[in-house]
Write a protein that binds this ligand. Structure first.
Ligand SMILES: [Zn+2]
Length: 112
């Protein structure tokens, strides 16, 4: 393991998320992991982030987020998922490390 996201890390949003027609997260937006709190109905959805537009907190899965900075040296990560500053590399996809299948992901993640 070792590449799970931790509280305080800055991530990218992978794609636009809508809730009732309003954009709550937009692609490439930066968000900070505020807490780890698995959704009982979908344990993979455990990263708590706050929407800048609605002010509410949402649970997203690792699949919804992309790491922004190298956890080893803090350098800005590039599209290639390789750190330019050290030998750190993202192995695989965050979404493949979910424990067990969850229910289908609803559009917009889970509201707390
Ligand atoms: Zn690095």
């Amino acid at each position: 393991m070792g590449y799970g996201l931790t509280v305080g890390e800055i991530c990218f949003i992978q794609k636009d998320y809508l809730l009732d027609g309003e954009i709550i997260f937009s692609k490439e937006e930066e968000v900070k992991i505020e807490d780890l709190d698995p959704d009982p109905r979908a344990p993979g959805r455990k990263y708590v982030v706050r929407s800048k537009t609605s002010g509410s907190r949402f649970r997203l899965s690792g699949h919804d987020l992309k790491r922004r900075y190298c956890p080893e040296c803090g350098a800005l990560l590039t599209i290639s998922n390789k750190c330019p500053g050290c030998t750190w590399v993202i192995v695989g996809n965050l979404s493949q490390r979910r424990s067990g299948p969850g229910p289908p992901r609803i559009n917009g993640g889970g509201i707390l």
